[in-house]
Design a protein around this ligand. Structure first.
Ligand SMILES: C[S@@+](CC[C@H](N)C(=O)[O-])C[C@H]1O[C@@H](n2cnc3c(N)ncnc32)[C@H](O)[C@@H]1O
Length: 252
């Protein structure tokens, strides 16, 4: 174990936070968070309704302020480091699937899971003829309801936890626990948000992860600032690597 940081976070301005989320879609003034695309995303989700419809609409209308247009650099670094579990990996809420593709290799088959048909189709479109295409697949399913035939050695969450309504966090942890092998690893690239009203993305802290994961026996064996975060997200991301150390398992 390297070291585990306290569950705190830097306080940043609302404008800076929203600019970070809109890094690829063009941050700027025009909505309460300072980013018009995040504002449009909120608008889609405002008024309740089915979250799945909200995500489909955001993809349909091209309101995807989270999209980096490439894998997150820390994933490429971790792949190169050779420290990631091999076997089967899952990326829930994978969006365009750049991280799915970056993780996939003959030693590691990766499933990119998406609730949005459009996102999954887009992901398939750009990636299907890549040299490592035999080592990943994109599936359309609701993370919370999906029942795969086999559990996973690795689950990678990036901007999925923070995209979910906070009332779903316990279910998120239970589902992670159900889908992960007992000795599997959960990697959370935590996108820290502290000053937003509503969401997505929703405010979250490292403690929010600890609160739902630790009762299920998970412990962070690594929790550090993500030094490889893209520039607008620098200082807002922490890399958490979690293993099950306790005996309690999911009750789902
Ligand atoms: C904020 S985006 C993040 C996408 C991707 N991880 C990235 O960083 O580019 C969240 C994604 O989760 C998907 N999603 C939301 N709820 C889901 C669910 N219950 N099951 C599977 N995917 C879901 C959405 O369609 C959306 O593409």
């Amino acid at each position: 174990m390297r070291h585990v940081l306290p569950a705190g976070r830097a306080v940043v301005s609302r404008g800076a936070r929203a600019a970070a989320m809109g890094s690829s879609a063009g941050a700027g003034a025009g909505d309460p968070g300072g980013n018009p695309t995040v504002g449009r995303l909120r608008e889609i989700f405002r008024g309740g309704g089915d979250a799945a419809d909200g995500w489909e609409k955001s993809w349909e209308t091209g309101v995807t302020p989270w999209d980096l247009g490439k894998p997150t650099p820390i994933i490429e670094h971790l792949v190169k480091s050779g420290t990631l579990p091999k076997g089967r990996a899952l990326v829930p809420g994978c969006g365009m699937g750049y991280d799915v593709v970056a993780l996939a290799s003959p030693e590691r088959f990766v499933v990119g899971l998406e609730i949005s048909n459009i996102a999954a189709e887009k992901a398939k479109q750009w990636s299907s003829s890549l040299p490592n295409a035999d080592w990943f697949s994109f599936l359309i399913a609701d993370f919370f309801k999906w029942r795969p035939s086999e559990p996973f050695d690795l689950i990678f969450d990036y901007t999925f936890f923070c995209a979910l309504d906070p009332s779903m966090r316990l279910a998120w942890a239970e589902t992670v626990s159900r889908l992960l092998k007992p000795d599997g690893e959960l990697i959370t690239l935590i996108y820290l948000i502290s000053d937003q009203e509503g969401g997505p993305p929703y405010n979250n802290t490292v403690a929010d992860y600890q609160n739902v994961l630790e009762p299920l026996g998970f412990k962070a064996v690594w929790m550090e600032d993500n030094e490889l975060a893209i520039k607008p997200r620098k200082g807002f991301e922490k890399l958490g690597r979690w293993k099950r150390c306790g005996r309690r398992q999911s009750s789902l």
